[in-house]
Design a protein around this ligand. Structure first.
Ligand code: FAD
Length: 425
């Protein structure tokens, strides 16, 4: 195996900035391949970012770029529904970002990218299962999922189940107008996934450091050779930037434009005496999800841009919406409420792979609605790019992390001469 540019003076082979689902999976994959890894996160413990909670779905068939023609058609209706499931408060960055997102839905290559993204999601679902077989994905369960309609759909999906069939499958649900069953889906609780990945990484020799905020990338010419945190420098052969929606300022230090916006969502968790559902239920018209987890029922939803957190109001609205489908939620004990920002790019696909702007820097961010499912395949792409071994795949061109940066057309860094040895932060 050949590691790309491992530096003998470095404190470690790789630093991963961010211990969310994406960073934790990447740290594990790199450590599992024998590299000396340090993973740092500014939060005091697991769950400092968007991976604190989510709908817990591994639903490869639903993975699309953020903006699709169907979503854009539906967005005005979602914004006007009561309560709205899509909200936008325009601010200056959104004035250019949102039109770019809209345009991406109709771009000539959007169909190809959508297919490639689904392939990636399928591959990632397989990797989730492979991790589970190694005991590294303790809450992964193959459950399938129901897409439930409260009104008769105008264009019924193939295999629409009758209201009685839905009742037989999920007797706790209120009367529906039918549902589509998706058998090839899994659930995995996000924090347990992150914990298992970090524990796996630590078992393979990685150092996991919480309460460690990276303030600066350390550069040597145009090579990134480490990070600085509170006056301390950690040198590394490679730096992986996986700090979710907050990746932009650090990327900018290396001359990379990462135009990320937070797509706010909300989660409310309930404790019920018995688990009422056997599988996740997506409320199609309401764009909310009810997910049964080991010790709770989770309701999640909303996509907001430019909004401030309104956790109590918005999670109560989610409760009302979900209780129309699952009446037991109306009086159920609430055990957690949370809001988080999905790291969204203006073309709706993640930024994954090595940068040509900055040797030694890989990006793994911008996963938007799908960071949990895509975490293992992102880790594989990054590890394949850092360590070339037989069977390594080149990173997909459409996740190129330099695509938003002007004049990024430089040769791949493995071909570039080494930089001068002046340290710059
Ligand atoms: C309501 C909701 C439902 C969702 N449902 C699903 C779903 O069903 N399936 C799915 O696949 N995805 C889902 N998602 C999306 C998914 O949760 C995210 O895409 C994913 O959590 C992003 O992971 P991440 O590791 O990129 O970022 P994060 O989890 O945000 O991790 C980034 C980490 O970087 C750290 N950090 C930031 N800056 C610094 C710094 N300077 N120094 C050190 N550390 C730093 C943060 O503390 C954080 O821990 C959902 C999201 C929401 C909000």
């Amino acid at each position: 195996m050949i590691s790309r540019g491992i530096d003998k003076r470095a404190d470690c082979d790789c630093i991963v900035i961010g211990a969310g689902a994406v960073g934790a999976a990447t740290a594990f994959e790199l450590a599992d391949r024998g590299l000396n890894v340090t993973v740092v996160d500014r939060a005091p413990s697991i769950g400092g970012g968007c991976s604190y909670a989510n709908a817990a779905l591994i639903a490869p068939g639903h993975v699309t770029p953020l903006a699709t023609p169907a979503l854009l058609r539906e967005a005005p209706k979602q914004m006007l529904s009561r309560p709205p499931s899509v909200r936008i408060r325009p601010n200056r960055p959104l004035l250019t970002w949102l039109p770019a997102l809209g345009v991406s839905a109709f771009a000539a290559e959007s169909g190809v990218i959508r297919r490639e993204l689904q392939e990636l999601a399928l591959e990632s679902a397989r990797l989730h299962e492979a991790l589970a077989q190694r005991g590294l994905n303790p809450t992964l369960r193959k459950t399938g999922a129901l897409d439930v309609f409260s009104h008769r759909p105008r264009r019924p999906p193939a295999g629409l189940l009758s209201p009685d069939q839905v009742h037989d499958m999920e007797p706790a649900l209120a009367r529906t107008e039918g549902a589509a069953f998706e058998p090839e889906e899994w659930t995995v609780e996000s924090q347990s996934f992150v914990r298992a990945m970090l524990e796996g990484a630590a078992d393979a020799g990685a150092h996991v450091q919480f309460s460690t905020t990276v303030d600066q990338l350390v550069r040597e010419g145009d090579r990134v050779v480490g990070v600085r945190s509170g006056g301390r420098t950690i040198l590394a052969g490679h730096v992986v930037l996986a700090s979710g929606v907050d990746s932009a300022p650090l990327a900018a230090q290396a001359g990379i434009r990462a135009p990320l916006q937070g797509g706010r969502g909300y989660v409310i968790d309930f404790r019920l005496p018995d688990q009422p559902l056997s599988r996740p239920v997506r409320l199609k018209e309401r764009r909310a999800v009810i997910t049964p987890l080991a010790d709770r029922v989770r309701v999640s939803g909303s996509l907001e841009f430019g909004t401030a957190a309104e956790t109590i109001q918005r999670t109560e609205a989610l409760r009302r919406v979900a209780a129309e489908a699952l009446p037991q939620l109306l009086d159920a004990e609430v055990i957690d409420r949370w809001t988080g920002q999905r790291p969204c790019t203006p073309d709706g696909v993640p930024m994954i792979g090595p940068s040509r702007r900055a040797t030694g820097l890989d990006l793994a961010t911008g996963h938007g609605m799908w960071g949990l499912i895509l975490a293992p395949v992102t880790a594989k792409i990054i590890a394949d790019s850092v360590v070339s071994a037989p069977g390594s795949m080149p990173p997909p061109t459409w996740t190129d992390p330099d695509r938003f940066t002007r004049s990024a057309a430089r040769p791949p860094h493995s071909l570039r001469p080494s930089a001068p040895r002046t340290l710059m932060a």
